[in-house]
Design a protein around this ligand. Structure first.
Ligand SMILES: O=C(O)C1=C[C@@H](OP(=O)(O)O)[C@@H](O)[C@H](O)C1
Ligand SMILES: C=C(OP(=O)(O)O)C(=O)O
Length: 423
């Protein structure tokens, strides 16, 4: 009996033969919107993601005085305009909105109140708020170091030199770097501790350069001088992390899947999937038609450090449940501060289906054993919906709870998944 508000993830009856188009990258879309708002003139963001997180970002920018309009070609974002009075920003459970917009509020003169879903109140933020205060911001968080909090804009941010512990989320560092061209003296950030999600930092630096800034990096030290940003248009790549369940599907179902528009060069962490699935036995080719992945029936276990590509963990963990040997995932302790505690959620849900999955200090240990059907709880986490879909390819009766929560990054996911299976 299907659970209420659930989706029975379809089993792959035949080998796959499908072309899939995934929507624009969340990380690129929301960076493009922020940089566009900081620019001197309007920017057309082409092929952007339209999802909960992207809409939350546009809503936040509107509250800060940067209007936007959907046009036939994408979304045109106008520069931030200052104002006084009060404004409110709704964060949902979007890490990019919660981390990237407080510096923008500090650049203006409004008093801006931030809050969101219960889950965002539990996600790490305090190192960013502390850094912003050191750079000149007035922030009242009631000592919580988390939403709800209020930024009282003082009409600008001085900037300067700081040390930052960005080990709980790379987004603290990205947030400071993205806004830094507008700080009076720019910023110099010296990292203490390790930082996850290295490709997302490369993405931040690359996009800053495209908008006309001149960030410099010397290993753990970053410098962004003041700059006037400007870019007429920016085209967003397909989201390669959203593509993850489709990329791994042929390893479980056989046949081929082509992901249209896979870029030849990119800073996205999802590009690492090409080498992962090759290592796990698939045939992989990348050409002008996109990425083609063909299953070979082989699927060995693997030992993977996912520190740089943590957001891929739920889908990779689901895949490895079907390997022909044990696997170990490490380097992702920071996933405990993602949409939910992803390590606990994956261990709990996979164990409930009969799996042998245990949490370690910084990852998961997976011993493949036959799984059975049942409710797969998703904890309001889009990537758990995707992981549930992957499990369903091989296991009848996976009831993915609250599939609509995938709308954080891919509102059309369930339809696209069913189309892939229909060929
Ligand atoms: O900057 C970004 O766009 C992101 C950085 C990463 O965050 P963490 O470093 O907190 O894992 C990633 O997991 C998240 O999905 C998107
Ligand atoms: C961690 C993620 O999202 P956020 O941007 O909310 O941090 C994610 O998408 O996996």
């Amino acid at each position: 009996m299907p659970a209420e508000n659930s989706w029975t993830a379809p089993v792959a009856a035949d080998k796959l033969d499908a072309t899939v188009r995934v929507p624009g990258s969340k990380s690129i879309t929301n960076r493009a919107y922020v940089l566009a708002a900081l620019s001197a003139g309007p920017t057309l963001v082409r092929e952007p993601l339209d999802s909960r997180d992207a809409r939350l970002m546009l809503g936040a920018l509107a509250a800060l005085g940067a209007s936007s309009e959907h046009t036939a070609d994408g979304v045109r974002v106008q520069p931030l305009t200052d104002g006084d009075g009060e404004a409110a920003i709704t964060l949902g459970n979007a890490g990019t909105v919660a981390r990237f917009t407080p510096p923008l509020a500090a650049l203006g003169s409004r008093t801006v109140h931030f809050d969101g879903d219960p889950a965002i109140r539990r996600r790490p933020l305090s190192p960013l708020l502390t850094a912003l205060r050191e750079l000149g911001a007035d922030i009242d968080d009631g000592g919580r170091g988390a939403p709800p909090f209020t930024v009282r804009g003082r009409g600008g941010l001085a900037g300067g030199e700081i040390e930052l512990d960005s080990s709980a989320s790379s987004q603290f560092l990205s947030a400071l770097l993205l806004a830094a061209p507008a700080f009076t003296v720019g910023v110099t950030v010296r990292l203490v501790g390790t930082v996850p999600s290295e490709p997302h930092i490369a993405m931040t630096l690359d996009m800053l350069r495209r908008f006309g800034a001149a960030p410099e990096r010397n290993r753990r030290e970053f410098h962004v001088p003041p700059a006037t940003l400007s870019l007429d248009h920016y085209t967003v790549e397909p989201d390669l992390s959203t593509a993850a369940p489709f990329v791994v599907a042929p390893l479980l179902a056989g046949g081929s899947v082509r992901i249209a528009g896979w870029p030849r060069e990119t800073t996205q962490p999802g590009d690492w999937l090409r080498s992962l699935v090759r290592e796990l036995g698939a045939e992989v080719s990348l050409d002008d038609d996109g990425l083609r992945v063909t299953g070979t029936g082989r699927l060995p276990g693997a030992t993977l450090d996912l520190h740089e590509v943590g957001e891929l963990t739920p889908v990779v963990a689901a895949l490895l449940c079907f390997a022909d040997g044990p696997s170990r995932i490490s380097g992702v302790a920071h996933l405990r501060g993602h949409e939910t505690d992803r390590l606990a959620a994956l261990a709990t849900e996979l164990t409930a289906l009969g799996g042998d999955v245990t949490e370690t200090e910084d990852g998961l240990r997976i011993r493949p054993v036959p799984l059975g059907g049942g409710v797969f709880h998703t904890y309001d986490d889009h990537r758990l919906v995707m992981a549930g879909a992957v499990l369903g390819l091989r296991v009848p009766g996976i009831e993915v709870e609250n599939p609509a929560t995938v709308g954080k990054t891919f509102p059309g996911f369930v339809d696209a998944w069913q189309r892939m299976l229909a060929g």
